[in-house]
Design a protein around this ligand. Structure first.
Ligand code: B12
Length: 89
């Protein structure tokens, strides 16, 4: 979260390969909410144990099953009309 703020990131992309680290994705979203900066970032999740339903459950903005889908997802999210995240927030 500190790095995303320092870098004026638009997107935070979280990856995990293991079920044991899935909870940390929830923690990142909670940290963003606690710092009142959740709306400044699009948070996307992925990796072997992750699914669309998990992404929905934790309040992530998106999920993709592979790299090409991740690029498409980011293009859609960042291109969304009216969203001005990152540096412009
Ligand atoms: C390579 C590998 C390792 C390597 C990692 C090397 C490295 N430096 O990265 C080494 C040997 C170190 C390793 C260690 C361990 N591993 Co390992 N490992 C794997 C393996 C074989 C492949 C993972 C991989 O790199 N895949 C290639 C990438 C490109 O594919 P991918 O991760 O699926 O990513 C794609 C999509 O998921 C998606 N995606 C991924 N991230 C994101 C993020 C976003 C935002 C989006 C949109 C999309 C997206 O796009 C990617 C491209 O298509 C998997 C088994 C598997 N087939 O997945 C086990 C696996 C992940 N390992 C596992 C385990 C248990 C471990 C260890 C705990 C073993 C141990 N007891 O020490 C340790 C943990 C180490 C650690 N601290 O993290 C388990 C996890 C089980 C679980 N359910 O949690 C797996 C699933 C194997 C198994 N079936 O048991 N491992």
């Amino acid at each position: 979260v500190e790095t995303a703020l320092a870098e004026n990131a638009c997107v935070i992309a979280l990856s995990t390969l293991m079920t044991t680290t899935m909870d940390a994705m929830v923690e990142v979203i909670q940290l963003l909410e606690a710092a009142k900066v959740r709306e400044r970032f699009k948070v996307i999740v992925g990796g072997g144990p992750i699914s669309q339903s998990f992404a929905d459950r934790i309040g992530a903005d998106g999920y993709a099953s592979g790299a090409p889908g991740a690029v498409k997802l980011v293009e859609e999210l960042v291109g969304q009309a009216g969203w001005r995240g990152g540096a412009s927030a």
